[in-house]
Design a protein around this ligand. Structure first.
Ligand code: GLA
Length: 328
């Protein structure tokens, strides 16, 4: 009996000293920069699915600036969480986030937007899951080129709106991927116009695009691309507000969440021609499971995972969603 008791005690001590935890004790934070955006709502939804499945507690926090990030991390520490996943509002907060996580004894993973150090280089010690931004941008560019040809447009008569948010490396990679394909197909460089967004939402994109459209009023046909669906939707709304008909607009976004799907469902086609669907399930569910396994059995997640995308158009989005296993 005594031996048995001692063995139990020793087991418990071993568990404690290696930091292993039981599922019901595990608490994981999922912090996102733009909680109202459908992409992040979906990430949360799938992270919660992982929580239900594994039996841990998920704490969802929206943090839209550096101060909110700091208090979110302190809050998670005070609640006894063991780790968190974050899509930061600003990648330059990287060193601060790493330090705060360590101070609170929290494991840290990033999703979507990769932290950078003081020199602007990615912080490779933090496991990250993001999209393969350049390749996905190229898919956007190819879809635009194909549709320019399909509509029989002369490249020389078309303007391109580059909805930009250049402080975010993945945003730069996405738009530059699109531009490389446009240029390789003869799109004139000097007809690609930067429309810098103050924020990564539709309203900011609408404002940015409107300025360019008013300035370049001589051009009557437009293509648009950017960081995500919200950027391109903002550009499409801007073309509508200055009276450019939808058949003169080819916008291709990145995302494929409700903002894009609702657009496809409209009775009349808009200038929002397509989107490259990416996977909130992989980004939400997988990162949460990876964090859970890291906490429970010490398996450190892969350092860098890049996920792929699939082009969907107004005409075929239902089929594409079905093929991807995401139709309702
Ligand atoms: C960034 C964008 C989001 C979404 C994700 C995907 O965070 O702001 O809209 O595209 O990347 O990784």
């Amino acid at each position: 009996m005594r031996i048995w008791k001692n063995a139990l005690l020793a087991g418990a001590l071993a568990l404690m000293s290696t930091g292993l935890a039981y599922a019901e004790d595990v608490k994981i934070g999922f912090v996102v920069k733009q909680p109202e955006e459908p992409w992040f709502q979906d990430e949360w939804k799938f992270a919660e699915m992982a929580a239900q499945e594994k039996g841990f507690e998920l704490v969802q926090i929206g943090a839209q600036d550096g101060e909110q990030v700091q208090s979110a991390i302190d809050n998670l520490g005070a609640q006894g969480a063991q780790g968190f996943i974050i899509c930061t509002p600003d990648v330059k907060l990287g060193p601060g986030i790493v330090a705060k996580a360590a101070a609170n004894d929290l494991k840290l993973m990033t999703v979507d937007d990769r932290l950078v150090d003081n020199e602007g280089n990615p912080i490779e010690s933090v496991p990250h899951m993001g999209i393969s931004a350049t390749k996905i941008g190229e898919a956007v560019g190819q879809a635009i080129v194909d549709e320019i040809k399909n509509r029989g447009w002369e490249m020389a008569e078309v303007g391109a709106l580059r909805l930009s948010y250049d402080q975010l490396p993945t945003a730069v990679d996405r738009v530059e991927g699109a531009i490389s394909v446009l240029e390789a197909n003869g799109f004139p460089k000097d007809q690609i116009f930067d429309a810098p967004q103050a924020k990564t939402d539709t309203e900011a994109a609408l404002n940015a695009a409107t300025t360019v459209l008013n300035r370049e009023a001589g051009l009557k046909k437009w293509v648009a691309f950017g960081l995500n669906d919200e950027a391109v939707l903002g550009a499409v709304r801007a073309t509508e507000s200055v009276g450019i008909p939808s058949e003169n607009v080819i916008g291709v976004g990145i995302g494929g969440a409700d903002s894009a799907i609702n657009e496809f469902k409209k009775a009349e086609p808009t200038g929002f021609y397509g989107t490259v669907i990416i996977s909130p399930k992989r980004h939400g569910y997988e990162t949460a499971v990876n964090m859970y396994e890291w906490i429970v059995d010490g398996t450190e997640p892969e350092g860098l995972i890049l996920t792929s995308g699939q082009l969907a158009l107004r005409d075929d989005y239902q089929q594409v969603r079905q093929d991807l296993g995401i139709s309702e």
